[in-house]
Design a protein around this ligand. Structure first.
Ligand code: GLC
Length: 554
């Protein structure tokens, strides 16, 4: 691949600003906090920061409910801070990637405020309004993604509006060209300020079906997930192509869209030359427990072969067309050490094993804040300790399904989005050095040893493992663009694959089990061990959670 773009050779780091670094002592992170950590991010070797929303917001969903697409929320700072961040990051070789939340706005957005006032104002069809059923019930039995009906009644209009997520996040009406233009204008505003790309939120929901019909209930509440009824509706690609033409084309940026509901088989319509985006976050490898609907209390067991199949399918689907964003964590997911090693084991070995896969698959790796330290899940005593709106919805749903409070809480422990949102662990000092005040979420217990300062000075730390892997990766053609070939596809213990370019090969071998097993006969002659999460090699076997990366020159 001769003409690779900058973002195909880079590693992206996701910052969740509320939890990253607080400079004011108010307990929530801010843009100045990010500015203060640019040296750290440069030393990690990343070339872009995906910044989750910092726009003006009532913060019902931590900024995914936007009330001004071109304004900065005062809790994060000012527009000057943001401009400074874009400029200073560039000096560190880092581009800033903004999050576009375009399926919905906040209900406090002036557009919605006007839309809900009457049925005949200028913005009256900027959102999705429908009459009640004859008996007054919502137009359909769709359940919002955070629980409860996806419809909320508006007294002034005597109508319901649709919200795929919380009731404070009304869905925008993409059928209206004025709405689309307003959204494109906002994205262009950020391009003019020099951002390096966009992550596009919840994009699979923007197109609604022609007819709104009740669905077969999927739980005891008599409702069906709105996801099943509206995700990836036919006709969506037309909107997306227009979006690309009006905003992205002609800029040296990348786009990565969150596309729940688009499987590997459809990837080529969505990404690449004919697609709308450069990359797509699809979730087939992240939702192994939820093959159908993400209802936490309906989790299913998964096997390593399920994970490998999902990853290999995505690798194959983007082999010739498009590009893959490799990720095992983000602000909506549990910590990867818990998610992918659910039966325990050593968390440091686990963190390094996941990093070995992340850094050697084909695509652009995305590292979520704290992942590079090996941060873990939390388990708080009561649902009241949780901030995450979806944790509350899922907890209620579990109770409705007949689970006890203790059981409902255990699902929250495993899947809560707060697992990923606890403060970033900078030092072993109070509040992990995140804030001098009271952090908005408690700090995770393990911070005394799992923090950036301690790990910086420990050559064997997860942090230094990430740094070395990233540095090595940047100069390795086989890893950057080589072909992917899975080995031992049927193994329930080992994930192994080759990446090959010309006469060079890289081979990644990871034992996901907690047992020592014989080393498989897969390595070509002359393979050199480049990285291992155990200090020394042990002839003939792979130890519990062992991860090794080899290089071969033929
Ligand atoms: C996406 C975001 C998530 C948010 C939701 C609604 O899934 O990643 O954090 O709650 O969209 O905007």
């Amino acid at each position: 691949m001769e003409n690779r773009k900058w973002w195909q050779n880079t590693v992206v780091y996701q910052v969740y600003p509320k939890s990253f670094a607080d400079t004011t002592g108010n307990g929530t992170g801010d843009i100045q906090g990010i500015l203060g950590k640019l040296d750290y991010l440069e030393s990690l070797g990343v070339g872009a920061i995906w910044l989750t929303p910092v726009y003006s917001s009532p913060m019902v969903d931590n900024g995914y409910d936007i009330s001004d697409y071109c304004g900065i929320d005062p809790s994060y700072g000012t527009m000057e801070d943001m401009e400074e961040l874009i400029r200073a990051a560039k000096e560190h070789g880092i581009r800033i990637v903004m999050d576009l939340v375009y399926n919905h706005s906040s209900n406090q957005h002036p557009w919605f405020q006007e839309s809900c006032r009457s049925r005949d104002n200028e913005k009256s069809d900027w959102y999705i309004w429908r009459d009640a059923k004859p008996d007054g019930r919502p137009p359909t039995n769709w359940r919002g993604i955070f629980g409860g009906s996806a419809w909320t009644w508006c007294e002034a209009r005597q109508q319901y509006y649709l919200h795929t997520f919380a009731e404070q996040q009304p869905d925008l009406n993409w059928e209206n060209p004025e709405v689309r233009q307003a959204l494109y204008d906002a994205a262009n505003f950020w391009l003019d300020r020099g951002v390096g790309g966009f992550r596009i939120d919840a994009i699979t929901y923007i197109k609604k079906p022609g007819e709104f019909l009740d669905g077969e209930p999927d739980a005891a509440d008599g409702m069906v997930s709105v996801h099943a009824m509206t995700a990836n509706t036919k006709g969506i690609l037309e909107f997306l192509h227009e979006f690309r033409r009006e905003v992205f084309d002609g800029h040296d940026i990348f786009t990565v869209a969150e596309a729940n509901g688009v499987g590997p088989a459809e990837l080529s319509d969505w990404v690449g030359e004919k697609g709308a985006f450069d990359m797509l976050f699809e979730f087939s490898h992240m939702c192994l427990q939820f093959p159908e609907v993400e209802t936490w209390c309906k989790e299913c067991p998964w096997k390593l072969t399920d994970l490998k199949r999902a990853l290999s399918d995505s690798q194959k689907a983007t082999a010739k067309n498009g590009w893959y964003p490799i990720f095992f964590e983000n602000h909506d997911q549990p910590r990867s050490v818990n998610q992918f090693f659910p039966h325990g084991g050593d968390k440091k070995l686990a963190a390094k094993a996941i990093a070995a896969v992340l850094m050697t698959l084909r695509g652009t790796p995305f590292v979520y804040e704290g992942q590079e330290l090996g941060m873990e899940n939390v388990a708080w005593d009561s649902i009241d300790c949780y901030d995450d709106i979806s944790s509350h919805g899922q907890y209620e749903l579990a109770l409705q399904e007949g689970f006890s409070e203790r059981e409902a809480l255990s699902f929250v422990h495993t899947y809560s989005r707060d697992n990923a949102r606890t403060p970033m662990q900078w030092t072993a000092e109070r509040n992990a050095g995140f804030t001098s005040g009271k952090p908005w979420l408690p700090v995770q217990e393990g911070y005394a040893s799992c923090n950036a300062a301690v790990e910086d000075g420990d050559p064997d730390s997860v942090l230094n493992w990430y740094r070395r892997l990233i540095q090595w990766r940047q100069g390795n053609e086989a890893v950057l663009c080589g072909a992917y070939e899975e080995l031992l596809a049927e193994s329930e213990e080992i994930y192994a694959f080759f990446r090959s370019s010309g006469n060079r090969k890289v081979c990644t071998v990871v034992n996901f089990s907690l047992q020592e097993i014989p080393f498989p006969d897969i390595l070509p002659k002359g393979a050199r061990r480049m990285f291992g999460n155990y200090a020394e090699e042990k002839e003939g076997c792979l130890r519990a959670q062992e991860a090794v990366i080899y290089e071969v020159q033929e």
